[in-house]
Design a protein around this ligand. Structure first.
Ligand SMILES: NC(=O)c1ccc[n+]([C@@H]2O[C@H](COP(=O)([O-])OP(=O)(O)OC[C@H]3O[C@@H](n4cnc5c(N)ncnc54)[C@H](OP(=O)(O)O)[C@@H]3O)[C@@H](O)[C@H]2O)c1
Length: 283
């Protein structure tokens, strides 16, 4: 049995689907953990069914199976809730299995934005760092796909909510995937420079761009995100900090391709709202 297999959790998601093909192209056997039963695909990617947040004994059994012969784990599974617990379970299983490198995707602002999603990502980072496993952690900004999902919902409202001071720096999911693939193949590097998109936009500006590209417009409804969450966003806690890396692909390029029906990042799906730390009006 070869020992250079890579396990990708979240390999069926918006990000994961961009990571699996280049790993295969690099000649690495790839196994994907998914909550759904799936047959091996034509490219030789195999699947193990498992829910990181399911019954504990069942999760552990599935992870033990998924980790056989695995050298590197790319942990990309995630959702609006539970990334801390999911990561605790995965890391414990990876330690038991003798994994040699764990790569984790986190989010910019994990330690600064007082929302449950960000707190869970921060806790998950800590679990990885304290695990004793050689690791790589990358914090990314919100993906274009997530911004697209959020603004297309905002654009359905009769008035366009404009949460003052809430800015995003959306990044191309393909560029995040490239960074993670490089990290997985290069070996443990600790915390990488954060990765954000090339430009900062007010959330309402992203929505106006979407509407304009569809030949539509809406009157704006200025709103103020209250409390600590609002203060964190207005302070730019979710934006690239000093020393961050910046992707090249712009929101406008993404939007033009997505609305033209192109791949716009190569995948059709829009990540679960919240998976990248969405904040909408009033949240
Ligand atoms: N979206 C963003 O803007 C953004 C920004 C920064 C960081 N991130 C992080 O990047 C990662 C991927 O995000 P994404 O947008 O690609 O997410 P996504 O499209 O919503 O996909 C989520 C993936 O996680 C898997 N998953 C979810 N819950 C699971 C569970 N309990 N057990 C096992 N697998 C589970 C899903 O697999 P199945 O459905 O096949 O089970 C799916 O492959 C997440 O960790 C997210 O926090 C996202």
């Amino acid at each position: 049995m070869t020992n250079d297999r890579i396990l990708v959790t979240g390999g069926t998601g918006t990000l994961g689907r961009r990571v699996v093909p280049p790993l295969r192209a690099a000649g690495r056997p790839v196994r994907v953990l998914s909550r759904c039963e799936r047959a091996a695909d034509a490219d030789g990617v195999t699947y193990v069914r498992g829910d990181l947040l399911g019954d504990r004994a069942e999760t552990d059994a599935r992870l033990a199976e998924a980790l056989v012969g695995v050298d590197t784990v790319l942990h990309l599974a995630g959702g609006p809730k539970g990334d801390d617990e999911a990561t605790r379970r995965l890391v414990a299983a990876a330690v038991r299995a003798g994994v040699r490198h764990l790569v984790y995707i986190s989010v910019i602002g994990a330690d600064k934005v007082p929302l449950g999603y960000f707190r869970a990502k921060r806790e998950a980072e800590q679990v990885v760092v304290r695990s004793g496993l050689p690791y790589t952690v990358l914090r990314a900004a919100q993906f274009h796909d997530l911004a697209f999902g959020v603004v297309s919902k905002m654009a359905k409202l009769p008035l366009l909510p404009a949460p003052g001071g809430v800015r995003w720096q959306p990044v191309d999911v393909g560029e995040v995937a490239d960074r993670l693939v490089g990290a997985a193949l290069d070996g443990p590097a600790g915390r990488l420079p954060d990765l954000a998109g090339p430009a900062v936009y007010e959330l309402a500006e992203l929505a106006r761009g979407y509407l304009a590209a569809r030949g539509r417009s809406r009157k704006q409804l200025p709103v103020r995100v209250p409390g600590r969450i609002g203060r964190a966003y207005r302070a730019g806690a979710n934006l690239a900090p000093e020393g961050a890396a910046h992707g090249r692909r712009t929101w406008e390029e993404f939007l033009a391709e997505r609305l033209a029906g192109g791949a716009a990042g190569g995948v059709g799906g829009v990540g679960a709202a919240g998976a990248g730390g969405a904040v909408g009006a009033g949240s």
